[in-house]
Design a protein around this ligand. Structure first.
Ligand SMILES: Cc1ncc(C[n+]2csc(CCOP(=O)(O)OP(=O)(O)O)c2C)c(N)n1
Ligand SMILES: [Mg+2]
Length: 333
């Protein structure tokens, strides 16, 4: 049966809208729970929340196909959930438990899933970008039609290795989508204080890489741009840049009191541009869902998230012998 079209957004089915809503809400509720567990001392070390940026990964995952790859920075929980990694495994890793994706040895910034083609989770700013180009190089070599999403921030966009990567990716027509998640801040530094040319999507011009700026608070705009980028890369035309303008509601990490911006600035964004509220509005006005339906969805998602926290708490700490495993990669013959 053909999917029902949304009245408010002609080219998107109600099913898709609802799926985006659920996926974004799962990330938000998961991150809220992670923040709570951090406050309770159950998560140690660094923890960078993704709240506010949910539409970026959900929109782009909607444009991806099975087998496509993704790699990102330390602000990575949303990427993992959006590509289908299990909330239990992610929460157990955040709490350093044996059932976590890295057996409790990686924590928030260092998780991977071969099955879901998620290549981390990287703590060194920008380091994941050449890795992303390497993944795309492997796919190009194998001629398998896959694309890689290499995510990085507005701060990382000023790093030298990004431009070495752009050069190689363009030279070899690599199927790599460079996703700049411009959340307007790099730790406590606003973009205007660190960046000479604010139009980050033009940063590939010197290498002949096309780019576009996207409203990252609008999941439909992200999906639309993602479709264009994927089409470009899959058709063998080389890399593509998406500068996705977004906003993080929380501090840089859990230890950041965020004194470099006003509460009003954050509140205004939450009130006027929230990505989840925007889809909620479309669902309600298009009569694709009732208030009660959406309440029930939230309840179900909270159950999944609470269950992940319980799973994490009950999972044991890694055995001492785990210190000696996973040090060298298994090399297939
Ligand atoms: C090479 C390197 N330099 C500095 C740091 C410290 N550091 C961690 S995050 C960060 C800011 C990065 O901001 P951005 O790229 O905008 O990403 P966001 O945190 O906003 O997602 C910095 C400077 C680091 N981890 N690695
Ligand atoms: Mg940033």
């Amino acid at each position: 049966m053909a999917a029902k079209k949304s009245k408010a957004v002609p080219n998107v089915s109600a099913e898709d809208l609802l799926a985006y809503y659920k996926d974004m809400l799962l990330i938000r509720r998961f991150e809220e729970k992670a923040g709570q567990l951090y406050g309770m001392g159950l998560i140690g070390g660094f923890c960078h929340l993704y709240i506010g940026q949910e539409a970026v990964v959900v929109g782009l995952e909607a444009a991806a196909e099975e087998g496509d790859k993704r790699v990102t920075s330390y602000r990575d929980h949303g990427h993992m959930l959006a590509c289908g990694m299990d909330a239990n495994g992610v929460m157990a890793e955040l709490t350093g438990r044996a059932d976590g994706y890295s057996k409790g040895k990686g924590g928030s910034m260092h998780m991977f899933s071969k099955e879901k083609h998620f290549y981390g989770g990287h703590g060194i700013v920008g380091a994941q970008v050449p890795i992303g180009a390497g993944l795309a190089f492997a796919d190009k070599y194998k001629d398998n039609g896959r694309v890689t999403f290499a995510y990085f921030g507005d701060g990382a966009a000023n790093q030298g290795q990004i431009y070495e990567t752009f050069n190689m990716a363009a030279l070899w027509d690599l199927p790599c989508i460079f996703v700049i998640e411009n959340n307007q801040y790099a730790m406590g530094t606003a973009q205007g204080r660190s960046t000479s040319t604010p139009e980050l999507y033009t940063r590939g011009a010197a290498f002949g890489i096309p780019g576009e700026a996207v409203d990252g608070m609008d999941v439909l705009a992200v999906k639309d741009a993602g479709d264009r980028a994927v089409k470009h890369c899959r058709s063998g035309k080389g890399p593509y840049i998406l500068e996705i303008k977004t906003y993080r509601y929380r501090g840089h990490s859990m230890s950041d009191p965020a004194k470099y911006r006003t509460r009003e600035e954050v509140q205004k964004m939450r009130d006027e541009r929230d990505p989840i509220e925007q889809v909620r509005e479309i669902l309600l006005t298009g009569k694709h869902a009732s208030e009660d339906d959406l309440k029930a969805i939230d309840k179900d998602i909270k159950k999944v998230v609470n269950a992940s926290a319980e799973f994490a708490k009950e999972s044991p700490l890694p055995e001492l012998s785990e210190l000696w495993t996973d040090i060298y990669a298994d090399v297939e013959a």
